[in-house]
Design a protein around this ligand. Structure first.
Ligand SMILES: [Zn+2]
Ligand SMILES: [Zn+2]
Length: 243
């Protein structure tokens, strides 16, 4: 039965802070629970989907705003259609798309969180502050201040930590240090080592000598530094799994 997949998704949902990650994650669930064989399964699956829609909306509206935002209204009609068996996963996909668009309009991010999203989408890029200030139409000073407020880091430090977050699982898979350094945006191995030492106080080899739990806990702390809900918008609260 599909309940297990829905349960897994519900657990993953607690870790998603960026609405733009939602569709890709939900797609995995859709693939896993496509075309239930019997009518009963169809009904159960519809209920599980409806519950998932509610969890998604609640997750992204933890403060339960008094004002009823439009993303909630759109969710309500999606739920009604699901429970009337008038719609299936393909409609959930369309709803997710609409939800993301409405959520982005109704709950805008601050300059730092918008820049952070750009960085996370392309950590290896040779980022310049002007790339971000131009796209976001903010001054460098305002962006720097927003980064300090939201993450307690400079934009440069933010990029380093995001790169480390990408590097750690690659190293754990046994990818060569040179290749990892290149993959996450360092043209020289030395710069990669310096950045590594700065944040983790060890070399990539030293990291590989740690046991798996220690490595995973380091990775979790790094993620915690860079994955934060925007305080500007009444969106997701801080990540619960590390709280
Ligand atoms: Zn909303
Ligand atoms: Zn923000």
């Amino acid at each position: 039965m599909a309940a297990r997949e829905f349960q897994l998704f519900a657990e993953q949902l607690t870790m998603i802070v960026d609405v733009s990650e939602l569709e890709a994650r939900a797609d995995v669930l859709m693939q896993a629970v496509l075309s239930p064989p019997s009518q009963i399964d169809r009904l159960v699956t519809a209920i599980l989907w409806a519950r998932t829609v509610v969890s998604i909306v609640d997750h992204f509206h933890p403060t339960k705003q008094v004002e009823y935002c439009r993303c909630r209204a759109v969710a309500d009609s999606a739920i009604k259609r699901l429970l009337a068996l008038e719609s299936g996963p393909e409609h959930v996909r369309a709803w997710l798309h609409e939800f993301r668009a409405m959520y982005s309009v109704g709950h805008p991010l601050c300059a730092a969180c918008s820049a952070a999203r750009m960085i996370r989408a392309d950590p290896a890029r040779h980022w310049k502050i002007e790339d971000m200030t131009q796209v976001l139409s903010v001054s460098a000073a305002r962006l720097a201040n927003a980064f300090r407020v939201e993450f307690g880091l400079t934009a440069h430090e933010y990029i380093e930590v995001v790169r480390l977050c990408h590097a750690l699982p690659l190293l754990a898979q046994g990818v060569k240090v040179e290749a990892v350094a290149h993959d996450v945006g360092y043209s020289s191995k030395r710069n990669f080592y310096e950045m590594f030492e700065k944040w983790l106080r060890m070399t990539p080899k030293g990291l590989m000598h740690l046991d798996r739990r220690r490595r995973e806990s380091l990775a979790a702390s790094l993620n915690h530094l860079v994955l934060k809900a925007c305080t500007f918008s009444p969106g997701v609260t801080s990540l619960r799994q590390w709280a």
